[in-house]
Design a protein around this ligand. Structure first.
Ligand code: AP5
Length: 211
């Protein structure tokens, strides 16, 4: 199965992607996670990408396309994948279609998670991520320690791009550069809208029902 998960920053893509990929035993390909990993390792790509990520703008298409090309050539994505955070521009979507066509593959479904902007901002401001198990976590309605992961005991951190000014910029970039993909995939007959509000279990249920 080959899926694409669309949605604004904070819509719950990462949270749901982990669950969907595990349920269907397919590769979870998050360009955001891959880029953050490159930043951590201080690679050439990481150093370049970080300039954009810190400001809440998109990393240039050619760097992203190159990264995706390498992944698609890798065996682990051959049995199926879930793209989380890619494609993010019309140019990326068109190049992705061409790449897949060249491999004799196609996308089965695009799921668009939508959540009101006010809620997105609140979610991102309350997000913490575990340094050890990478679990995405929310401090909203939580009375435990804001620093220790309740799942593995690792240290929780706030993403640099989850500062208020960067969140605003990311939402602007989403409206201008990524939202047009909704129409692109609607026209291809691949898109299903899913309400991303409600409990994580409820949202997962809705996603499974459209898959
Ligand atoms: P990326 O990491 O992809 O960030 P994003 O798209 O902005 O999305 P987020 O990870 O912020 O949110 P999410 O939808 O995954 O929500 P989550 O599940 O964490 O990209 C980061 C940067 O990398 C970009 O800005 C760009 O610079 C660069 N980049 C990446 N891909 C690129 C590309 N293709 N091209 C160019 N540049 C690229 O949930 C958020 C919070 O909400 C969490 O706290 C979670 O616990 C909580 N939550 C989740 N579900 C629910 C629910 N149902 N109810 C209440 N709270 C919930």
């Amino acid at each position: 199965m080959r899926l694409v998960l669309l949605g604004a920053p904070g819509a719950g893509k990462g949270t749901q992607a982990k669950r969907i990929a595990s349920k269907y035993n397919i590769a979870h390909i998050s360009t955001g996670d891959l880029l953050r990993d490159e930043v951590k390792k201080n690679t050439q790509l990481g150093i370049r990408a970080n300039e954009y990520m810190e400001q809440g703008t998109l990393v240039p298409d050619e760097l992203i396309i190159e990264m995706i090309k390498r992944i698609l050539e890798n065996d682990s994505s051959k049995t199926g994948f879930l793209m989380d955070g890619f494609p993010r521009t019309l140019n990326q979507a068109e190049k992705f279609d061409k790449m897949l066509k060249g491999l004799g593959l196609s996308i089965d479904k695009v799921i668009n998670l939508h959540v009101d902007e006010e809620k997105l901002v609140k979610r991102l401001a309350a997000r913490r991520v575990c340094q050890s198990c990478n679990k995405i976590f929310s401090l909203a309605n939580y009375d435990g320690s804001p620093e220790i992961c309740p799942y593995c005991g690792g240290k929780l951190y706030k993403r640099k791009d989850d500062q208020e000014d960067v969140i605003k910029q990311r939402l602007k970039v989403y409206e201008k550069q990524t939202k047009p993909l909704i129409d692109y995939y609607k026209k291809n007959g691949l898109l299903d809208d899913v309400d991303g509000d409600g409990s994580e279990d409820k949202v997962m249920e809705r996603i499974l029902s459209v898959i």
